[in-house]
Design a protein. Structure first.
Length: 433
């Protein structure tokens, strides 16, 4: 399945780029193919992924809390996840600022060409509001809107109370377990359609997004991609080796499918079903940990986004000739770590966070207009890095909590989605009934 998805991605990428170069002026190609077939198939596929997120997170979180069994451990896992997520994000952005300062992208950049464009910063939530908004005043509204932090808060509270109630709540836990099993199968069915969905998403993006846009921005683009790669294949892998005591290569191999999903959807949130399945079934992280750390990470942990902010800050500071100094850069690090908590993993949110950061350090927010042209492509890459960070932290926490099944982790074929999964599962049925 991974191969099929990869093939879909490559095919979409090639076809999209060909259309962009040779057929962008042909009306029927634009109307019927790009904005017709590709757009519709891609949008349907993203909706399908999003459709899975709320029920999957809810049921799997209830099972997770029930599986952990004691509130103390839950608190410990929560605390660890928060600390790890913040630390990895801080490491990511510090490295990005260091690397960008070394290469100094943006020095001597021609501002004139971009002067006509402008960027209106979207409203960013103040931190106090982020804290208040953790609590859903109306859980039904939280579910309806898919507000992940609120859903996590309410579900953990509710599931913890199930534990406190004990016997009376046992049938509910049982129900959640069955629902979870069914939802996992729904994920498998959707995954079956993934090669086509991923193909359509890639074809549309690349048909609309000319690669030549990158050329004037090559410095910014190059340093950013380098920093993203270094974080994903360097920092995270080193942390996995040291704290997770696992083989990082095996980890990376197993992450491929989830990374392709993140890349083609540009949304950590929409990728939650795939990340969750990969982390639990392929990497062997205990459900009680993954069910919490994955959706939590998709919402608050954005290493790739933080890296973009680090490089963008140095780039814009260079372009406008502003010297931020050490305090300025430290503020940038602190701000983007905090900003990542309040903004959800959806496409393009990184720019909103960047506006918050710029406001704080006094960089011109309209500078964002300069980088907006290449942001679509970079969003894809950084989203893949974001979810890699979520999975790496989940693995490390699981290891420290004795919740990592090394047999599953070391087995290259564990949890692979195959066509067989689409058939009914007699053994499972026997188990349930
Ligand atoms: N698209 C990213 C994500 O969903 C967020 C961003 O950097 O814009 O993780």
């Amino acid at each position: 399945m991974t191969k099929k998805i990869l093939r879909g991605m490559l095919l979409g990428l090639i076809l999209g780029s060909l259309i962009n170069n040779f057929a962008s002026h042909i009306p029927w190609v634009q109307d019927y193919l790009v904005m017709g077939l590709f757009h519709v198939l891609g949008a349907m596929f993203i909706s399908m992924l999003k459709m899975l997120v709320v029920p999957l997170v809810t049921f799997s979180l209830i099972c997770g809390v029930a599986g952990i069994g004691d509130i103390g451990k839950l608190g410990r896992v929560g605390g660890k996840a928060f600390a790890y997520y913040m630390i990895t994000t801080a490491l990511a952005i510090s490295m990005a600022i260091g690397l960008a300062s070394l290469f100094s992208p943006g020095e001597g950049f021609e501002l004139a060409g971009a002067a006509g464009s402008s960027f209106v910063a979207p409203e960013a939530p103040p931190l106090t509001q982020v804290l208040i908004d953790l609590i859903p005043s109306n859980p039904v509204a939280a579910y309806a809107e898919g507000n992940m932090l609120q859903i996590i808060f309410f579900t953990i509270l509710f599931a913890s109370c199930m534990l406190m109630v004990g016997k009376a709540a046992a049938p509910l836990i049982d129900l959640a377990e069955r629902m979870n099993e069914v939802m996992m199968q729904v994920v498998n069915v959707v995954m079956f359609l993934a090669p086509l969905g991923v193909f359509a998403l890639m074809a549309k993006t690349f048909a609309l997004q000319g690669i030549d846009l990158i050329i004037p921005m090559l410095g910014y683009f190059g340093v950013l991609v380098l920093a993203l790669l270094l974080h994903a294949t360097g920092t995270l892998m080193l942390l996995l080796r040291i704290f997770g005591k696992v083989n990082p290569i095996m980890f990376m191999k197993k992450m491929q499918t989830a990374q392709v999903f993140a890349f083609s959807t540009s949304s950590s949130n929409a990728t939650i079903p795939v990340t969750l399945q990969t982390v639990e079934k392929r990497l062997g992280v205990d459900e009680s940990i993954a069910s919490f750390t994955v959706p939590f990470g998709a919402t608050i942990n954005m290493d790739g986004t933080a890296i973009m902010q680090g490089v963008a800050t140095v780039f814009i500071a260079n372009v406008y000739g502003v010297d931020l100094g050490l305090t300025g850069y430290l503020t940038v690090i602190g701000m983007s770590v905090l900003a990542s908590i309040g903004t959800a993993g959806v496409p393009g949110v990184g720019l909103i966070m960047l506006a918050m950061v710029f406001n704080q350090v006094g960089l011109p927010v309209e500078g964002i207009a300069l980088i907006i042209g290449v942001d679509r492509l970079l969003d894809m890459i950084r989203t893949a890095v974001n979810i890699t960070g979520d999975a790496a932290v989940s693995t490390m926490i699981a290891r420290s909590e004795n919740g990592l099944d090394m047999y599953v982790f070391n087995n290259p074929d564990a949890g692979i989605v195959t066509d067989i999964d689409l058939a009914s599962k007699p053994e499972k049925e026997k188990e349930v009934y």
